[in-house]
Design a protein around this ligand. Sequence first.
Ligand code: UD1
Length: 363
Amino acid sequence: MVQKLALVVGARPNFMKAAPLMRELRKHSSRFEPILIHTGQHYDTKMSDLFFKELGMPLPDIFLGVGSGTHAEQTARIMIEMEKALQTVRPHLTIVFGDINSTMAASIVAAKLGIPVAHVEAGLRSFDNGMPEEINRIVTDRLSDLLFVSEPSGLRNLASEGVASEKVHFVGNIMIDSLIASLEACRKSPILEQLSLAPGKYVVLTLHRPSNVDNQHILTDLLVAIAEIGRHVPVVFPCHPRTAKEMNKGGMLDRIDANALRITEPLGYLEFLRLQSESLFVVTDSGGIQEETTYLQIPCITLRYNTERPVTVDEGTNLLIGPEPEKLLHAAGEIIAGRAKKGRIPDLWDGKTAERIVSLLGK
Ligand code: UD1
């Protein structure tokens, strides 16, 4: 019998995790019928549509169009629409990715409808409940029947929470499947030429964590420090809509030397991949970028005190410094002086994670 699988995506970091699984499932169409549901948590062309095109993903079968709101509003809207969608589709399994509001909302709805849930990127913990994604991770894992883990810390965390080991599978990092599949194509992106950047001679910045960008003081202090770096080496800053909104308030742009930053719109997947892969270093507060830089062996300075992806620190190129301007300037200075942290590629970050997941689903 063909198994109907509902794959749920909602926001930018989901798309590169779902694409490889979608591709792999379509190779086994006699066994699986994947149905792609997009909640519409991210809806701008640059945050969503572009990624489908670049990742070669089919358009969603179902689009819920929930849009933005407070956490409760957004989560509730996703749940209301998801319940209707899952009742219509009646999948054998619902597959969710990562840690966004769409991930948690879909797993609650599926679990209550008695539909088993599989979580791709299970077990990650920052142990910081002030981070909305941590709540999403805990709830999703608690409700999941199949937990696909990307790094060893995930296995330890789930074991210590008492999750039965039969449900848990160490399959590697599926986002790296997308990265490996796109490396060649990204070289054709003209982004370096468009921004007049020389390989290895510029820095990439991304910022969107609420704890960093929703507070005017923290964000201003960080941007002032980064503008200081920008006076020595070009800093490209593809700006998330959440961050752009905050920067346009209260004359913040006058208080930082905005000319020392090259602020752009959010970039496409291929443009951003090329930009990271040829940079001197990356400054970020994203989860996924800590992993992508580790794979690419590009030094990464993370403006957070904790990470749910500790393998990027233990084995990779990631340095956690918190949102601290002084530490940022010091860490940047070290890299510019040629003393960057070296790393290695973690186990099973090999481009074959989707294959492993599909083979486990087959069992
Ligand atoms: C969400 C995820 C976060 C992920 C990030 C990647 C949650 C809790 N957070 O955070 O884990 O790292 O996506 O980008 O699920 N907006 C637009 N256009 C869009 C999407 C958002 O303008 O296409 C604006 C909206 O005004 C919205 C704000 O950005 O209020 C935040 O969007 P939201 O999806 O709530 O959270 P993110 O900060 O993007």
